[in-house]
Each structure stands twice: as C-alpha cells, then as structure tokens.
Ligand binder design. Structure first.
Ligand code: ADP
Length: 692
C-alpha cells in the first residue's frame, strides 16, 4: 500500500520507467531461470556423454583382452583411464558373474556392478556413476561401472549460468536504455499538454492550443483538449458579452434607482405637504364641524325650548277647549269652542310636523315597537277626521281584510302618524265622492303565534288627483303641487316627506298612483309582526278600558299653571283625588310611601327636575320594609320633543312617559292602567325598583 501511495506521487516518467524495468526484469529472470534449467540438463547430458565415451573405449579394450584372454590387458584397460583426472574409479564384472575387477584413484571405494544392471548414469555421493553393459556382436561380456567427479558438470553449468547472467544483464541495460529513449515519444506530448494547460491556467488565455504530435491516443487527447479549449474560449467570450450586458443593465438599474429615489423624495415632500394641508383642512373642518354642531345643538335647544314654550300653552288651549266642549253651551258658543279646538289642533299638527321633520333630519327619532290594536287605531283615525268628513259630506270607509291580525307589533305612534297623514291628505284634497282606507296583511313568515306580515295600507280618494309629472316630487319636503293648492287647501308640504321617512324607518315603502281630476291612491307596505287570527293574541285586551274602579290618590307636580289645572280637571272629572304641587322640592316634601297611588311629574321644573325627584322617591321607597308595599305609579310628562326622554324617564324609575300636549285619551288610558294595578296589586307587586 505504501509503495502504491509512493508510486502515485511520482512523475509519469518514473512510473513508466519502473513499470518497464520491473516487467523487463521479471521477463529476464524467467528467461534466465529457463536457460539455467536447460544448462543443467545439457551439462548432465554432456557428463553422461563423456562417461559413455570413456566406457566405450574401455569396453573395446576389455572385449579384445577377454577374447585373447589376456588378464593383464584387462587390468590395464581398467587402470589406465584413471589417469584421467576426472575418473575416480572403474570396476568390471565378467559375464560369468564370478570374476570382478576394480581400480580406484586415491581413497575412493569402487563399486562392483551387478550382472543384469540397467544402463544408466546416476549422481550419488558427489559422483556421477555410469553402469555400461559390454556387448559385441551379440555377445555379452559383462558389466562395466565407472565413476567420475562432478567437476566437468559444475564447470559446464557455471559457464552456462555465467553466460546467461551476462546476456540477461546486457539485455536489461539495453532494454532500460531503449525504454528511456522510447518513453520520450509518450512523455513529450504529455509534457507539452501539461505545459499548455499550465500556461492557460497562469495566463487565463484560452486561445492557446496544444500541438498535436502523434496520431495515437495522445494525439486524440490533444485534439480533445484543444476542442475543450475552444468551447471554454467561446463560453468565456459569451460570458464576457453577458457580463458587459449585465453591467449595462446594472448601470441602468442604478440610474433608475436614483430616479426612483428622487421621485420618492419628491413624493415624501409632497406627502408631507399633503399631511400639513390635511391637518389644516381637518382643523378647518373640525372648526366648521364644531361650529355646525354648536349651531345644530343651538337649533335643537331652540326647538326644544320652543316646543316647551308653545306646547305648554297649546296643552292648555286644547285641554280647556275640549273641557269647554263637554260643558253645556249654546249653539254659537259650541261653534266657537269647536273653532278654538280645531285651530289649536291644526297648529299642533303643523308644530308636530315641523318637530317630527326636524327630529328625523337630525336622526334623533327612536322607534318604539310595542303591541298595537289596529282596529282601535283605525277608529281613532275615523274619529279624528269625523268632523271634517261630516263637514265635507264625503263618504269615508275603512276596510280591513279578515286575514289581518287585530294586534300587530310595530311603532304605533309612527303608524298612526302615517295613517293620519295619508287619510288627512285624502280628506283634504277630496271635495266630493269618497275616501277609502284598505288594510290587508299578508303573512310572509312561519306559522307561529307572532308571525311576520307585510301590512299594506291603501288610502283611495276621488279628489283632485296629482299630475304624472308631480308624482315623484311630492314626497320631497316642503313640496306642494302648486301655489294655488296651498292657498286653497293649506299645508306646509311636510306630511308626505315625513310619511316617506317614517315608512322607510319601519322598513317599508310608500308609493302613489293618481289620475288628475279623478283621484289618487297612496299605498304603504311595512313589515310587522302580528298575532295569528284565532291565536288569542290580542295583546291590547290586557289594557284596562273601564273608567270605574278604585279612586286614585294622585300627586301632580307641574310648574305650568295651565297644565296643573288641566290635570286636576281631568282627574277630578273621573272621580280621582288630585294634589297639585309646583316644584320638585314640593313634590319630595309631599310624597310619602302609601300616601299616593300615582305621581304625575313634569320633567322641567325649577331647582329639582322631574327625573331627580323620581329617583329620590324610588330610593325612599326602597327603604320600606313591608313586602306587601305597592310602589307608586309614576307618569313623567314633558314638552321636550327632542332627545330620548322616554329612556331617561324609565331609567330614573318612571312607569310611563307622556308627551305634551297631553292627549286626553292617552293620559286617561295611563290613569286606567294605574287603577288596574291598584285593583290587582298581587300581579304588580314586584318591588319598588322594578324599572330602576
Ligand atoms: P301638505 O301639508 O301641503 O298637504 P304633503 O306633503 O302632505 O303636504 O303633500 C304634498 C303635496 O302633495 C300637497 O300639497 C298636494 O299638492 C299633493 N297631495 C298630497 N296628497 C294628495 C291627495 N290625496 N290628492 C291630491 N294631491 C295630494
């Protein structure tokens, strides 16, 4: 392994030389071994031939001596060859087997041969011994043995080996020298190839080429190397082109980046300016908004206080007019009272329209969904307009389909307003003929006690009608068909605008069809929930309507003298006891648990307002330890048309909430509710803080 590693790090020349030398050496050693072997055999043969020629000479002499029976001659023949320095001994056994002769030189012990010995030479005891059968003309004379030392053999062998070694050595030297010469044929192109590769590596010049010197594998290697160089050169030039293109692109990109950076800088500066401008703008806007808000809240405050100021006297006018109409009057007085009542009513309608519109516009209107008696509502509409219908002698009829539920859940106040506006317009713009109100409800939801309905209201009249071109704009605010209409029929052009907004708030739609001169049909569709017919769901039935029952002890807190008188008159007329106070402080002073059944409190009172007073009353009641104690029934009254006073009132602890001007029926309905509670306390005694 070590030799292998050592050889791998040697130059190619050394590797080839060592390979050739080793190969030559092995070949020559094998050849020398072969030749030495041959030499041995040849030497042995030579030895045998030498002995055999000696034996042949001696045998000739022995034959003639035996034939002549010359004993001495036999001795001489056997003794004289011993002078030959190589023969060590001779012996002879005659054919009769009895007579033997043996002669030796020095101390050697001759060996007497047997009779029938095979003719052969053998090497033994450092001697070559030959047994020779003496035969002439077919007569067997005996067996001759002679021994020689091995000197001739060694001589012949050493001479042969020496010659072989000499030849091998000469061959090795010649082969090595020759291989060194011949190696140059291989090494020169390889070296040249390596040099070229080295030069290319050093100079990075791929245009250099190696020179092809032979047509063999090395030549092909040089060609392939040159081909490879061509490829590399081409790729190099391609790379250079690509690199220069890339550099151009990078340069371009850098330029673009610079431009982009400049543009970004410009944009940043612009954005900064924009932000400053926006800030200024938003400051201006905030300022404008604050101004608008302050002017809007001023408007709201103005409307609230105006409503309070106008509604309170209106409350008096309307209340007393209706009280006046209930007294005994002569015909003229009754007519005058009617005029006062209807004028106040008109004024109130206008005021309500203006306030409603203002509330809708400012988004301050809240819907109050509750069960509502549809029949009662329709009767109310008819009763409101009865006077006008009789005056104009037109036919007024209400048709309610059998599938329409009696009780529906909706904002009854808004639905009433829609009905009043449409029926009011129809009656107003119809001088002869009829006005019909058609109510229908189509179930759209599942069959359940409170199903969903699409309530459709159609108000048909045979009045003046509306021109096609005016149909769209009549739903806009302050819009009337023409000035002459205003003059003749009055109105502010708000009714339909309010109707449309309210319908939309209830999730419905309003429309109109009209034939000028023949009449108009206004229709409204709104989604409502209603008790199924026969489901026993007339929820309004639970509201007491009977005027008789336990007389109530009512504490009225009202700063307006007119309202004080009105409440007192209404309550006393129905047989109730009324104590009137003018301030919140007075209210708290007078109130004691169990002393009163009902408290009617105005919200706006000097020093302590209605809400604070009610909260204090409720607190006092919470301290009562009697579990049977029935908390006082609190009705809050206000002339505020703006703001969600109902919620504030309920939060303060009120049971009911009433808007001014007090509609007599509404007020008395609440009083009846309180009466019902007093009559059946077990159902209502749920503690004084029920609403708080
Ligand atoms: P106004 O208070 O003036 O009646 P409305 O908004 O209720 O305001 O109606 C707007 C206009 O639409 C009316 O002035 C009238 O010209 C027309 N109008 C409304 N209802 C009818 C109707 N039933 N028949 C004919 N014209 C109508």
């Amino acid at each position: 392994m070590a030799f292998n590693i050592h050889l791998q790090s040697r130059p190619l020349r050394d590797k080839l030389s060592i390979t050739i030398a080793l190969t030559g050496f092995v070949v020559l050693v094998l050849a020398a071994a072969g030749m030495a072997t041959y030499q041995c055999f040849a030497s042995l043969k030579h030895m045998e031939d030498l002995l055999r020629s000696n034996a042949t000479l001696i045998a000739g002499e022995l034959v003639s001596a035996t034939d002549q029976q010359e004993e001495d001659e036999i001795h001489t023949a056997l003794r004289s060859p011993l002078d030959n320095e190589n023969l060590l001994w001779t012996s002879f056994r005659s054919s009769d087997g009895e007579t033997t002769y043996a002669y030796a030189s020095g101390r050697h012990e001759p060996e007497i041969p047997g009779l029938e010995l095979e003719e052969k030479m053998s090497l033994r005891d450092g001697m070559a011994i030959l047994h020779f059968r003496v035969i002439k003309n077919g007569r067997y004379y005996g067996t001759l043995s002679l021994a020689s030392n091995l000197n001739p053999l060694w001589h012949s062998m050493l001479t042969g080996l020496g010659a072989t070694m000499l030849v091998v050595s000469v061959c090795m030297i010649v082969a090595l020298r020759l291989s060194c010469r011949l190696l140059e044929f291989i090494l020169v192109p390889v070296r040249q190839l390596a040099e070229t590769a080295g030069r290319i590596t050093r100079s990075n010049n791929f245009s250099l080429r190696a020179i092809k010197q032979t047509d063999d594998e090395l030549g092909r290697l040089t060609e392939s190397f040159n081909h490879m160089l061509e490829h590399i050169e081409k790729r190099e030039s391609d790379l250079k082109v690509t690199q220069s293109e890339l550099e151009t692109k990078v340069e371009q990109l850098n330029k673009e980046q610079d431009q982009l950076r400049q543009a970004q800088d410009r944009e940043r500066r612009l954005q900064q300016r924009l932000v400053i401008a926006q800030r200024l703008e938003s400051q201006n806007l905030r300022h404008a908004k604050e101004q608008a808000e302050s002017s809007s809240s001023a408007k709201s405050e103005f409307l609230a206080s105006m409503s309070h100021e106008i509604r309170t006297p209106m409350n008096g006018i309307m209340g007393f007019a209706s009280l006046l109409r209930e007294t005994k009057l002569d015909e003229e007085q009754a007519e005058l009272a009617d005029i006062i009542h209807s004028s106040a009513n008109n004024l109130l309608t206008l005021l309500n329209d203006l306030l409603d519109f203002s509330k809708i516009e400012s988004g301050k209107i809240d819907l109050d969904y509750a069960p509502c008696d549809l029949d009662g509502l329709l009767v109310e509409v008819e009763s409101i307009f009865r006077h006008e219908i009789l005056r104009k002698s037109i036919k007024f009829s209400v048709h309610c389909s059998s599938r329409t539920p009696k009780t529906i859940v909706t904002d009854a106040g808004r639905l009433r307003q829609i009905l009043f506006n449409l029926a009011g317009n129809a009656i107003k713009f119809t001088d002869e003929g009829s006005v019909e109100v058609h109510i229908d409800a189509m179930a759209v939801g599942k069959e359940q006690p409170l199903a969903e309905y699409s309530l459709s209201i159609e108000v048909r009249d045979t009045g003046i009608g509306i021109a096609e071109s005016d149909l769209k704009r009549i739903f806009n605010s302050f819009t009337q068909v023409d000035a002459s209409t205003t003059k003749r029929y009055g109105g502010a052009g708000l009714g339909l605008a309010i109707t449309r907004r309210l319908t939309e708030m209830l999730g419905g739609e309003v429309g109109v069809k009209s034939d000028p001169g023949k009449g108009s049909t206004f229709f409204v569709n709104i989604p409502v929930r209603g008790a199924k017919i026969g489901a026993g769901g007339d929820l309004l039935e639970s509201i007491p309507t009977a005027p008789n029952g336990t007389p109530l002890r009512v504490l009225v807190a009202e700063d307006s003298h007119v309202s004080q008188k009105l409440c007192e008159a209404l309550l006393k007329k129905r047989g109730h006891f009324a104590q009137i106070v003018g301030t919140g402080e007075e209210l708290l002073r007078q109130f004691e648990p169990r002393k009163f059944d009902v408290v009617v409190a105005d919200v706006h009172m000097p020093n302590i307002d209605g809400f604070t007073a009610i909260a204090k009353i409720r607190k006092r009641e919470s301290e009562v330890e009697d579990p049977e104690y029935l908390p006082v029934y609190v009705i809050v009254v206000t002339a505020d048309a703006i703001g969600s006073n109902r919620e504030s009132a309920l939060r303060a602890g009120a049971d009911e909430y009433l808007n001014k001007p007090m509609v007599k029926e509404e007020f008395l309905a609440l009083i009846r509710k309180a009466q019902e509670r007093v009559d059946r306390p077990a159902e209502h005694n749920k503690g004084p803080t029920e609403n708080g």
